[in-house]
Each structure stands twice: as structure tokens, then as C-alpha cells.
Design a protein around this ligand. Structure first.
Ligand code: 2HA
Ligand code: ZN
Length: 274
């Protein structure tokens, strides 16, 4: 099969295009990665060539020998659908989980996303918890970023405020959402901080920068990012009208919702406010 005809490649390209359409990927903002299934690697094998091994910049031994489809560093989401072979690549990890090599794509040169350490460390955490997780997505979600200037940078505040703004939120992300304070992007430190949050949550906010989402497939991961950002948009609108709420969803309401929708909503997020 031609590489670009594979369903997982088409799904990846569609998700990048959807993110561009949302306005979350100005210039080269954001990045996407997918942990490719063995049978999917097999299906496109005849297209693969091996580049030189390069250091990842961190160590992900649990991902040794795995393949990932990733966006390229400095590449624009806007271009992924019209020139995928220039904008994205497939990489293979070595048996130590410390090096990668490009096996497809980036035909005009370049490297995988600058956030490769964060992507791979998040993949490692998620794979260890649940083999079904395959997608890590970083987007510059406008309203979430705006909120990081006015809300305390605490998991319990962001979780509770986003839950209150849209009834579906506690059902879509019942584990909550984590917050990383402002850090220099691109390196191992921010990757370590993010992957630590990913042990508990499927969403992590990077203050004044954007958000990371993890999920089993493209639909669920995009939907998760979209739901959280939509809720942030409602909160921004609400705060723009007046600083307080006349009414909202209460802790008791959330407990009732949890019962009917059969989700576990941790009590740490259902605190009383003054
Ligand atoms: O430019 O979003 O965090 C890609 C990024 C870096
Ligand atoms: Zn970014």
C-alpha cells in the first residue's frame, strides 16, 4: 500500500487539518504524534527507508523499537494536508529508547517536532497505564491560554472551572486536568513535568502556551482537546460579561451526574467555594 493511502496516515492528516481549522496552529504552532500499530507498520513497509540514528534527548525504554508518526519541527499544520511528505515523518526508535531515525517523510530535510521528548515521555506513561493509548496532541488553544493569566495555576481550579462551564466536561474528562507552570518548551524538564501529570490526567495545560491531550485514537483525542477548549471559551465569555456567576453546577449536582453517568468524579475537585 502507498504510505499516504494508509488509514492511520489519513486519520493523522485529517486531525492536523481539523486543528488548523480551529485556529490552534498559527505558523508552526503545535504538534501531533501517533504510536503506530505493528500491523500498520507492516502495511506500509515497502515505503520505508532508514535514516541515521539521532538522539531523542530523553530516554523512553518502554517504547523501544516502536514506530511513531509525528509532525516536523518548524512545519506548519496548515500544510500537512497539501504536502504531507514535507510536513510529517514516521520515526523508528532503537532498542534502548534513546535514539530515533526517520523512516518516511520530511523529504526536504528537517527533524521531528521540537516537543519530541514531551510526546514520547507522555506516550510511555500512557502505554504503561493502558496499551490502547496511541495519540498525543499539543495545540495552542486560545481560550485555555487566556485563562492561564487569570486563574490560579492549580489542577483543582482549572478542573472545577472547566467542569462547571459545560455539563459534558466531567463526563468527557472525569479525571480532571493538570497544569504545568510556565517553563521553557522543547526540553526534557517540561517533558518530565508533563508526563508526571499524564499519569493522572489525559489533559495537561502549559501555562501561557497551550495544552497537551492524550487518547486512544484521533477522534477521542481531538474531541478531548475540543471539549476542554470549548469550555474555556464559555468561561472567557462568562468572565467578560461579569466576574461572578448568578448560578452554576454545584458539587451536589456533580455527584448526581456522576451516579447517572457512571463516572467517578474525585472529591478533591468538588470542594466548597467561598
Ligand atoms: O512550535 O508548539 O511548543 C511548536 C510548538 C512548540
Ligand atoms: Zn507549543
Amino acid at each position: 500500500m502507498k504510505f499516504l493511502d494508509a488509514e492511520f496516515v489519513q486519520g493523522f492528516i485529517r486531525m492536523a487539518t481539523d486543528g488548523w481549522d480551529q485556529g490552534w496552529h498559527e505558523r508552526n504552532g503545535g504538534n501531533l504524534s501517533y504510536r503506530v500499530k505493528a500491523e500498520e507498520v507492516e502495511s506500509v513497509k515497502e515505503n520505508l527507508t532508514a535514516g541515521a540514528w539521532q538522539p531523542i534527548g530523553t530516554s523512553v525504554p518502554q517504547l523501544a523499537c516502536e514506530y511513531f508518526l509525528v509532525t516536523g519541527s518548524g512545519k506548519f499544520f496548515r500544510n500537512v494536508s497539501i504536502k504531507p511528505e514535507d510536513s510529517i515523518c514516521m520515526i523508528e526508535l532503537d532498542e534502548t529508547g534513546e535514539q530515533y531515525r526517520i523512516v518516511w517523510g520530511l523529504v526536504n530535510g528537517g527533524r521531528p517536532t521540537s516537543e519530541l521528548p514531551s510526546h514520547l515521555m507522555n506516550h510511555e506513561v500512557k502505554k504503561l497505564k493502558d496499551e490502547k493509548y496511541r495519540v498525543i496532541y499539543h495545540a495552542h488553544t486560545t481560550n485555555i491560554i487566556a485563562l492561564t493569566f487569570v486563574l490560579p495555576l492549580e489542577d483543582k481550579v482549572f478542573t472545577r472551572e472547566l467542569w462547571e462551564m459545560a455539563t459534558e466536561c466531567p463526563v468527557v474528562f472525569p479525571d480532571g486536568i493538570g497544569v504545568v507552570p510556565w517553563m521553557v518548551p522543547g526540553g526534557r524538564d517540561i517533558a518530565v513535568a508533563t508526563s508526571k501529570l499524564m499519569e493522572k490526567y489525559d489533559l495537561a495545560i502549559w501555562a501561557h502556551h497551550g495544552m497537551f491531550a492524550a487518547g486512544e485514537d484521533f477522534d477521542l483525542t481531538f474531541g478531548l482537546m475540543h471539549t476542554a477548549e470549548k469550555s474555556a471559551e464559555i468561561l472567557v465569555k462568562m468572565l467578560s460579561m461579569r466576574p461572578d456567576k448568578l448560578q452554576t453546577i454545584t458539587p451536589t449536582d456533580f455527584r448526581d451526574l456522576a451516579k447517572d453517568f457512571k463516572v467517578n468524579l474525585p472529591e478533591e475537585f468538588l470542594y466548597e467555594k467561598n
